[in-house]
Design a protein around this ligand. Structure first.
Ligand code: GDP
Ligand code: MG
Length: 174
């Protein structure tokens, strides 16, 4: 049977590790440096609950301006990874606005979203607690929250499997 495609968009402030998370998932390597202005899409096949899925992942750059193009890829996106860094409090704050934009553009308050606290390996530099981010996810009506590390690959696959399951669930409910 043909593998179904899932359109996933990775959003968040600059420097939180959107590209590193994406490339760790797709290529299994950790990027120490990546051009922060590059926006690119990646594909990877993954089995989720025994079903073959093809994930088409857009790694975005530059949340500052909400351009027409940005609106378009949010319209086309089926699931969204909202990424902050556990070492950067303002990057979590930024996601509150970002989620509102996504819900407005999708005209839906229940868009498939996973909250991702990246750089969990940098424990000594942590400024955002697990509980605090979990509470934010709870306010959004979701338990889909993971702390990840693109460096160690911790919980990276979990994030992508979760978003696929959310998209599948939405579709079977429709
Ligand atoms: P983006 O602007 O959100 O795409 O961020 P990048 O993926 O370019 O990452 C910004 C910087 O943070 C780079 O130097 C990465 O190597 C580093 N980085 C990304 N993820 C992690 C992580 O999980 N742990 C650590 N220690 N560094 C990370
Ligand atoms: Mg990037």
């Amino acid at each position: 049977m043909a593998s179904r495609e899932y359109n996933i968009v990775v959003l968040g402030a600059g420097g939180v590790g959107k590209s590193a998370v994406t490339v760790q998932f797709v290529q299994g390597i950790f990027l120490n440096s990546y051009d922060p202005t590059i926006e690119d899409s990646y594909r990877r096949q993954m089995d989720v609950d025994g079903r073959s899925c093809t994930l088409e992942i857009l790694d975005t750059a530059g949340v500052e301006q909400f351009t027409a193009m940005r609106e378009l890829y949010i319209k086309n996106g089926q699931g969204f990874l909202l990424v902050y860094s556990v070492t950067d409090r303002s990057s979590l704050q930024e996601l509150i606005k970002l989620r509102e934009q996504v819900c407005r553009i999708k005209d839906n308050q229940h868009v498939p979203i996973v909250l991702v606290g990246n750089k969990a390996d940098l424990g000594h530099a942590r400024t955002v607690s697990f509980q605090e981010a979990k509470n934010l996810a709870h306010n959004w009506g979701t338990s889909s929250f993971y702390e990840t590390s693109a460096r160690t690959a911790a919980h990276i696959d979990d994030v992508f499997a979760d978003i696929v399951r959310q998209i599948q669930k939405r579709e079977s409910a429709a």
